[in-house]
Write a protein that binds this ligand. Structure first.
Ligand code: GLU
Length: 309
């Protein structure tokens, strides 16, 4: 008997869920549900300042409105600091973790990367500080902690994107595990949570593919299994512009004023290639007809009329 499939959807509630998030949730959910597996919901609210309570509540109610029914309890990263701390201490024992006092230290560390972001490679300034230097600097500044990555190539075998390879020292270079304000970084939290929740498959946006090698490396260091990855194409409007929080993407509140719940579901399912034309349908009805082979590996396009009418 094959082992059960466990998937998850892991939104960061730093804005309203946009159609791209909803499509990702839909594919993650249908992929496991169509094989009788479980799907968990994890709220990636590591950085409480960026993820206020009302956005988390809105995210939960949007998903509920669309008919998602999650297995188990919803996991909140903001409540899991102890788990990240344990993993962090295990990583310290590898001798690869070092304090970093650079002011760039707080850049982008608990955020998932986005397409178009330039990869910032840390030049290694604090990698070889002497204990005395660390002591002196620590007296005036709290350090962040970085992982010294080897000059090693890691390959992701992705269900949609095939093989993606990158050399850790160029991408991402020594990355942050814990910020100076003690907030654990996205990569560490994701890897710990996926392992502790027994996640067997990860479905998420293409924009995170380039960050996956360093997550696989962390899994190796922490003795965690590597789940199966599927990085899905991004959702764009009829002009090819990405529908994301960063470019004033439309919220479900906006959509639901113009369309019924089942019309929204049908339109997302159509954009994902799951149904041949736009018609109202439910998430439940998509479970038996779901197949990855129908999801195209090109930008997924939403009809413009859907967004503006
Ligand atoms: N929280 C990330 C986002 O909202 C997704 C992380 C993941 O699925 O691993 O983009």
């Amino acid at each position: 008997m094959s082992s059960p499939v466990v998937g998850r959807f892991a939104p960061t509630p730093s804005g309203f869920l946009h159609p791209g998030n909803l499509l990702c949730a839909m594919l993650a959910y249908l992929s496991v549900r169509s094989r009788g597996g479980q799907c968990l919901l994890r709220i990636e609210d590591l950085d409480k300042a960026r993820c206020p309570e009302h956005l988390t509540r809105q995210c939960l109610s949007d998903l509920d409105y669309l008919g998602f029914r999650w297995d188990g309890l919803v996991l909140y990263q903001s409540e899991r600091t102890k788990h990240y701390e344990q993993a962090f201490h295990r990583l310290i024992k590898t001798g690869r973790v070092y304090p970093c006092f650079c002011s760039r230290a707080q850049l982008h560390v608990s955020q998932a990367p986005n397409r178009g972001d330039t990869v910032y490679v840390y030049p290694g300034t604090c990698r070889n500080l002497t204990p005395e230097q660390v002591h002196q600097k620590a007296a005036v500044k709290q350090p962040a902690y970085r992982l010294h990555v080897p000059d090693e190539t890691v390959t992701v075998s992705d269900r949609m994107q095939g093989r993606y390879t990158s050399c850790l020292s160029n991408n991402p270079g020594d990355f942050i595990l814990r910020r100076a304000d003690h907030v654990y970084a996205y990569h560490l939290a994701v890897v710990v949570d996926d392992a502790e929740s027994g996640i067997t498959e990860v479905v998420r946006g293409m924009d995170i593919l380039s960050a996956t090698p360093c997550q696989i490396y962390l899994q190796k260091l922490l003795d965690y299994p590597t789940p199966e990855y599927t990085h899905i194409p991004l959702l764009v409007d009829a002009h090819g512009a990405r529908l994301a929080k960063r470019n004033q993407a439309v919220s479900l509140a906006f959509l639901s004023k113009r369309h019924t719940r089942d019309e929204i579901t049908g339109m997302l399912a159509f954009a994902a290639g799951l149904i041949p034309e736009v018609y109202p349908c439910t998430l439940e009805a998509l479970i038996p007809i779901f197949s990855w082979s129908n999801v195209p590996n090109t930008d997924l396009q939403l009809p413009q009329a859907f967004l503006t009418e």
